[in-house]
Design a protein around this ligand. Structure first.
Ligand code: ZN
Length: 317
């Protein structure tokens, strides 16, 4: 096992579901000095093989590490658990705060920044539990750094609220990649395949998916404003696919890392969470624009009503 004494920097990928975070996560993690772990906030659910706790939308996929093992049998995660000195099965890594509690933390963060959010959270029982989630994540990051010797840990947990919690705990060690994608592409991805059946009856799935995307995108825009521009970078999925080298150069610049290759190394990986495609063998970063052919006129009209304005604000016309 490698040894290093410097604490690792967390590279947090925030974005709506199906925005390309899985492939970005894998490509970043294929670089020397980087390790990607997928969506760390789902760790307890994976350790317990509990779909609800993991937050996985699909109840059919197995909650295994990408190496093929269960988390409680994977050599990497077992070493990390030992190093961190906590039980993954018993430790929460994901917010369980009430809506009121989350709103209070979020409001303090937005108005006055991470320190104020910490002060607001630490004064309530529920807020303390939220901060404990961030603390637990950092214990795992540090253990991953100690076990792998990596200087950068890529966490594609996606939730911008979770990112704000991490920053409230220790803003100095977290950097942000905001991943944007055309909301119509996300909506298309969310309403086909096995996802099609997961939407509650009543409102059409395209409308529900578009509203979800718009809500996540608005929170991302809002909460990311509190991060200085030198500590974040916004990527568009479409540009990442058309010129990965240039976009990776932008990430390297933001991190102060020497250089980054958008490669997809065929090494054994140990990711959890993310889209089902994490289990496939990726060989290239490829643009998926099937929505242009597949979405019907009525799907597009529904999208326009639910999320058209937000999509345009993001620069998608
Ligand atoms: Zn594994």
């Amino acid at each position: 096992m490698a040894e290093r004494h410097e604490l690792p920097t967390v590279v947090f990928v925030a974005g709506a579901s199906r925005s390309g975070s899985t492939v970005l996560d894998i490509a970043l993690g294929s670089n020397p000095d980087f390790v990607s772990v997928g969506e760390l906030r789902r760790l307890q659910g994976y350790a317990r093989r509990d779909h609800e706790l993991s937050g996985a939308r699909s109840t059919t996929s197995e909650l295994r590490c990408t190496c093929g093992a269960w988390v409680d049998e994977c050599p990497l995660w077992l070493s990390v658990e030992r190093e961190a000195g906590l039980s993954f099965r018993e430790t929460p890594f994901k917010s369980s705060g009430t809506v009121a509690c989350r709103r209070a933390v979020q409001a303090a963060y937005l108005i006055a920044g991470p320190r104020a959010a910490y002060a607001a959270a630490v004064s309530t029982r529920c807020g303390k539990r939220e901060l404990a989630v961030a603390r637990n994540c950092f214990r795992v990051y540090d253990a991953i750094g100690a076990v792998t010797g990596s200087r950068y840990i890529v966490d594609s947990s996606k939730s911008i609220y979770h990112y704000a919690l991490l920053r409230s705990h220790d803003a100095r060690r977290v950097r942000l990649i905001l991943l944007a994608r055309d909301g119509r592409a996300v909506t298309h991805s969310m309403i086909r395949g096995d996802r099609a059946t997961h939407w509650p009856a009543g409102t059409p799935p395209a409308t529900q998916a578009a509203r979800d995307w718009a809500r996540q995108t608005r929170s991302m825009r809002l909460l990311s404003r509190r991060t200085p521009s030198s500590e974040k970078v916004t990527l568009r999925y479409e540009e990442l696919c058309s010129d990965p080298a240039r976009e990776f150069e932008r990430i390297a610049r933001m991190l102060g890392a020497p250089s980054l290759e958008p490669q997809l190394a065929p090494d054994v990986r140990h990711n959890i969470g993310g889209s089902p495609s994490r289990l496939e063998r990726h060989t290239e970063i490829r643009l998926d624009e099937r929505w242009r052919d597949d979405l019907s006129e009525s799907d597009l009209a529904m999208f326009e009503r639910a999320a058209g304005a937000t999509n345009r604000r993001m620069g998608y016309c």
